[in-house]
Design a protein around this ligand. Structure first.
Ligand code: MD3
Ligand code: FE
Length: 218
């Protein structure tokens, strides 16, 4: 086996693992083997909790469509950002976290060095051409020692990966269908965002991009 000869210390890198910086790693194509079950699970979630455009505390409508799965869901309104067990549109609990989500997130985190990651929230973001997410930090979670796992599906996007200060010049990271990124440790509170999507077409998802963000929120 060639890999064993090249990396006798069994230090063989997993195919297409790209370190981004201390605490962040891109696992190119990691979700591809699961894509069919992921898309089926997303359809079932969206049937129960449709994508909606949340309002920021400042009164702006977010261009990205959002919904959630799992015990906790991320929401925003005039009162602020927070996690809640109840979908404000339906008054019911968010759809359950599918097994395929839990297993994929756990395996990706482990691959990046974070053992035993059990997310209790999955934010599902839907982007269409022109939609963007401005530079922000994820700080509504209880324990910043827990990593975040993000799964990209559909048309490509350019991810902005900044620093701890909002003014730090961000790195541009192209993310494609099936790419998984794990952020933790010193990278956990870095600013990040998504540039406006260019119009494109993906065989399985049509004109959109879906991002799954797994978190331990509570
Ligand atoms: C880097 N979503 O929902 S997830 C978000 O593509 C969000 O929809 C993006 O940012 C998207 O909050 C990207 C990637 C991500 C998530 C958390 C991070 C990157 C991060 C925390 C720290 C640093
Ligand atoms: Fe974020």
């Amino acid at each position: 086996m060639i890999t064993a000869e090249l990396f006798p210390d069994s230090a063989a890198p997993t195919a297409r693992t790209e370190p981004l910086c201390d605490g962040a790693v891109v696992l190119r194509g990691f979700a591809l083997p699961e894509q069919a079950s992921l898309l089926q699970a997303i359809d079932a979630i969206v049937a129960q909790a449709p994508f909606r455009h949340l309002i920021t505390p400042g009164g702006r409508r977010m261009s990205v469509g959002m919904t959630n799965a799992g015990p906790l869901g991320w929401i925003s309104d005039r009162q602020g950002y927070r996690y809640d067990a109840i979908d404000p549109d339906s008054g019911r609990r968010w759809p359950a976290m599918p097994e395929v989500f839990l297993r994929l997130a756990g395996r990706a985190a482990a691959q990046a060095g974070f053992a035993d990651f059990v997310p209790d929230a999955c934010l599902i973001n839907r982007y269409r051409a022109g939609d963007r997410l401005s530079l922000h930090q994820d700080r509504d979670e209880r324990d910043f020692g827990q990593p975040i796992v993000s799964v990209s599906l559909g048309i490509p996007a350019i991810f902005l990966f900044g620093g701890l200060q909002r003014a730090d010049r961000p790195l541009r990271v192209p993310l494609a269908h099936g790419d998984v990124v794990v952020w933790g440790g010193p990278a956990r509170l870095r600013h990040h965002g998504v540039l406006p999507l260019k119009p494109d077409h993906h065989a399985a998802l049509g004109e959109c991009r879906i991002n799954l963000t797994f978190r331990r929120a509570g």
